[in-house]
Write a protein that binds this ligand. Structure first.
Ligand code: NAD
Ligand code: UDP
Length: 329
C-alpha cells in the first residue's frame, strides 16, 4: 500500500488538499511542525509532528507506509516579513526543502508537487502571465520559491526526481462543507483582512499603494478558490507518472484590484468596510494575472468557482463561524 506525504498539511491549502485526497481513498501522511498550522485542521490521514529542518522528523514521516509522492506546502508565506527577515525565509523555505529532497532521494520517492507562487514572476511584461515569462522575484519570499524551482530542475537532471511546480496566484475561499478555511496568524492576506473588518474585528482595511499603474491605482491580483487549487493537486499527482518536471500557473485569468475586492466584500457581507489609503508594501508586483492554459490543456484542470463574489462568499461563511469559535489552536 502506498501513501502520499503532505508537508504543511495542517495549513490553509494543505488541509483542503488532504481532505480531498482522503475523500478519494488516497492514504495520506501529514508532516507539520504546527508553526503556523492548526491541530483542528488535522482530521484526515496519519499525522507526524515535526520540522522539515530536523532530519529525524523526515525519517519518522518516511517510516510508515511506502510514500510514492510528496505534496510540499510547508513554508513561511508573508512577503513583507520576508523583506524584513530574509534569513527566516531562506532557512525554512530553501534549506528545509533541500532536506526534504535528499530524504526523497534516499527513500526512492519518484515525484513531488511543489507549492510555488505567482510572485516568482515579479513585474509582468505582458497582461496575462504564462509560464515562459522570466522569473524576476521581488522579495526574499518570492526568491525562495524561484530557488526551489531551480533546485527541482537540478534534482530532476541528477536523480530523475519528477516535479510539478504549481504557481498559485491568490488563494482564497474556504471548504464548501465549512470544515476548513483560511486562518493565518498573523493574517496578512487581503480577503480575510477585509472580512475581519466586516466582522468588526479591525477598524479598517489599509490599501497598500494607490499610485500603481493600474486602472484605479491599486494592485491587481487573480483570486483562485482553494477548492479549485485542491483539484489541481489531485491532477498533478497523476501527472507525476510522466517522470518530468514542469511549471503550471493556477489562476482564473481575471484581475481584480484591491478596491474591487473591498467593493465585492461590501456587496457580499452587506456590511460597512472602512478603508484607509497607505504606502505601498515592499516587494509587491502591480499586477499578477495568470494564463492557466497549460494547466487546462496538460493537466485537464477546470476551475469551477471562478467568480470573485462566490470566492468571497465561501470565505465569509467560514470567517463568520471561525471568528466566533471560542477555542482555536
Ligand atoms: P499556511 O501557513 O497556512 O501553511 C503552511 C504550513 O506549513 C503550516 O501548517 C505550517 O505549520 C507548516 N510549516 C511551515 N514550515 C514548516 C517546517 N519547516 N516544517 C514543518 N511544517 C512547516 O500557508 P498556506 O497559505 O496554506 O500556503 C501553503 C503553500 O502555498 C506555501 O508554500 C505558500 O508559499 C504557497 N502559496 C500560498 C499562497 C496563498 O495565497 N496562500 C499563494 C501562493 C503560494
Ligand atoms: N493588500 C492591501 N492591504 C492589506 C493586505 C493586502 O492593500 O491589508 C494588497 C497587497 O498589497 C496586494 C493585494 O492586496 O496588492 C493582495 O495581497 P495578499 O497579501 O492577499 O496576497 P499577495 O498578492 O501578496 O500574495
Amino acid at each position: 500500500m502506498c501513501a502520499v506525504l503532505i508537508t504543511g498539511g495542517a495549513g490553509y491549502i494543505g488541509s483542503h488538499v488532504n481532505k480531498m485526497l482522503n475523500a478519494r481513498g488516497v492514504e495520506t501522511v501529514v508532516l507539520d511542525s504546527l508553526v503556523t498550522g492548526h491541530a483542528d485542521f488535522l482530521r484526515w490521514g496519519r499525522f507526524v509532528k515535526g520540522d522539515l529542518r530536523d532530519p529525524s522528523a523526515l525519517e519518522r514521516a518516511f517510516a510508515g507506509p511506502r510514500i510514492h509522492a510528496v505534496l510540499h506546502f510547508a513554508s513561511f508565506i508573508a512577503v513583507g516579513e520576508s523583506v524584513a527577515d530574509p534569513n527566516k525565509y531562506y532557512h525554512n523555505n530553501v534549506a528545509a526543502t533541500l532536506n526534504l529532497l535528499d530524504a526523497m532521494v534516499r527513500h526512492e520517492v519518484p515525484g513531488l508537487v511543489f507549492s510555488s507562487s505567482a510572485s516568482v514572476y515579479g513585474e509582468p511584461e505582458q497582461e496575462l502571465l504564462d509560464e515562459a515569462h522570466p522569473m524576476r522575484p521581488l522579495s526574499p519570499y518570492a526568491r525562495s520559491k524561484a530557488m526551489v524551482e531551480q533546485m527541482l530542475a537540478d534534482y530532476h537532471r541528477a536523480h530523475g526526481l519528477a516535479s510539478c511546480r504549481l504557481r498559485y496566484f491568490n488563494a482564497a475561499g474556504a471548504d464548501p462543507d465549512g470544515e476548513l478555511g483560511e486562518r493565518h496568524e498573523p493574517e496578512t492576506h487581503l480577503i480575510p483582512l477585509v472580512l475581519h473588518t466586516a466582522l468588526g474585528l479591525r477598524s479598517h482595511i489599509s490599501i497598500f499603494g494607490t499610485d500603481y499603474p493600474t486602472p484605479d491605482g491599486t494592485c491587481v491580483r487573480d483570486y483562485i478558490h482553494v477548492h479549485d487549487l485542491a483539484q489541481a493537486h489531485v491532477l498533478a499527482l497523476d501527472w507525476l507518472d510522466r517522470g518530468e518536471t514542469r511549471a503550471f500557473n493556477l489562476g482564473n485569468g481575471n484581475g481584480h484590484s484591491v478596491r474591487e475586492v473591498v467593493d465585492a466584500a461590501r456587496e457580499v457581507t452587506g456590511r460597512d468596510i472602512p478603508v484607509q489609503e497607505a504606502a505601498r508594501r515592499p516587494g509587491d508586483s502591480p499586477v499578477l494575472v495568470a494564463s492557466s492554459k497549460r494547466a487546462r490543456t496538460e493537466l485537464g484542470w477546470r476551475p469551477a468557482h471562478g467568480d470573485l463574489e462566490s470566492i468571497i462568499r465561501s470565505a465569509w461563511d467560514w470567517h463568520r463561524k471561525d471568528c466566533r469559535a471560542p477555542v482555536r489552536s
